[in-house]
Write a protein that binds this ligand. Structure first.
Ligand code: ZN
Length: 387
């Protein structure tokens, strides 16, 4: 084979291609794309990286580049000018890259700023929702996505996102921790409005994912036909109400469950008491969903507080394993499966001919020790070393 283009061939001790471990751990890059995996290309010099593992760049299905992971991310965002927000989002995106995260789905920005960042060279690939659709005064209303709770208003909100070029529609179907005056156990929007959002988005080819803590909100979102549910913590007023019928429906329809895993331990910081009281049941529910074959992905919510820096995703893999996911499945979850959820199944999350040359090189073996993912040695985006 003859070629005039410079090729890069990397050999590692192990290579995970997004689906399985490859017998001959060798990947050949042709500029920005993967050319070959598991077989040498004649005439191309091979660089041996030693006792490391090469994986596809990691994919986080739920981040907020606009939140700075400080103790008061909402206040910090409010204090920033549009240029200041852009700079902070760029810094967050670069920090994610250094953790091996080469694709992020931003599920809530201010003023659609994540859309502008999508074309910035040297940043991760960004899949953008823009401001989440929420009720007046509802969860994250300060991001600018509040609309009246009527079918006409929510349809108009979806059409605005289509017109601006959003990749996905995010709706706040319940209250959330960040927003005083809202409550995790109470739904936002009625069944009719949620159905209108899904109908309008699907009509324009966009998926819908719903932030839903409340059991009642999860029920309404499922009835409306959403593609994904973020958090899925099944909050009730006094605990957790993980209705078996809803769990069964999530599994049967393979609705994406964005599990809020990936938490960096922070000394002296514990979640609020109301969260702590529910965590054991929330984990048990997640374990059950995984065991029953639900489509669970790591949706870290990066940015919303100190345990969620950009990026906590490398911590998520070990947590998925502790809730019963086999290690290779956990690695698939943060690569090929997450890429599919982001609508990028043909370009991202795998090392296979024709896929984008987004790679992370880590020390050790994440198949036997998920902590190895935190030992990042190199990150490639489009065939170029960026970290
Ligand atoms: Zn979020």
């Amino acid at each position: 084979m003859t070629t005039t283009r410079p090729l890069t061939a990397l050999r590692a001790a192990r290579l995970f291609d997004g689906e399985r471990l490859v017998d001959d751990p060798l990947v050949v890059l042709d500029g920005g794309h993967v050319m070959a995996v598991g077989a040498a290309v004649p005439g191309v010099e091979v660089t041996d990286l030693g006792d490391v593992t090469v994986l596809p760049g990691l994919v986080d299905t739920h981040v907020h580049l606009g939140f700075d992971a400080s103790p008061d991310p909402v206040g910090a965002l409010a204090a920033r000018s549009p240029d200041g927000v852009r700079a902070a989002m760029t810094a967050a995106a670069l920090a994610s890259l250094r953790c091996g995260v080469t694709t992020v789905r931003d599920l809530g920005d201010r003023d659609y700023l994540s859309l502008d960042l999508r074309d910035t060279p040297g940043l991760p690939t960004i899949v953008a929702a823009g401001p989440p659709i929420t009720t007046p005064g509802g969860h994250c209303h300060f991001l600018g996505g509040a609309v009246e709770s009527t079918a006409a208003a929510v349809r108009a909100a979806v059409r605005e996102r289509v017109a601006r070029g959003c990749d996905v529609v995010k709706v706040m179907a319940s209250g959330g921790t960040l927003t005083p005056g809202t409550h995790q156990h109470l739904p936002q929007f009625g069944a009719e409005e949620l159905r209108a959002i899904v109908d309008e988005a699907h009509r324009h080819g966009l998926p819908v994912t719903a932030h839903a803590h409340a059991s009642a909100a999860i029920a309404a979102a499922l009835a409306a036909g959403v593609d994904g549910i973020e958090h899925a913590s099944f909050w009730s007023a006094d605990g957790v109400d993980d209705r078996p019928d809803l769990l069964a429906e999530i599994v049967a329809r393979q609705v994406v469950v964005g599990a809020t895993v990936g938490m960096v331990p922070v000394e002296g910081m514990a979640p609020p008491a109301a969260v702590m009281a529910r965590v054991p049941t929330i984990i048990a529910t997640l374990r059950r969903l995984v065991g029953d074959g639900a489509l669970v992905v790591a949706a870290t919510d990066a940015g919303v507080g100190p345990p969620k820096p950009h990026s906590p995703l490398p911590h998520a893999v070990g947590q998925l394993v502790t809730i019963g996911m086999p290690p290779l499945d956990a690695l698939r979850t943060v690569t090929s499966v997450a890429a599919g959820v982001c609508g990028l199944a043909s370009r991202k999350g795998r090392l296979a001919p024709g896929f984008d040359a987004d790679l992370v090189v880590v020390g050790g073996d994440p198949c036997t020790d998920p902590a190895a993912l935190r030992d990042v040695r190199a990150v490639y985006v489009g065939g170029r070393i960026v970290a």
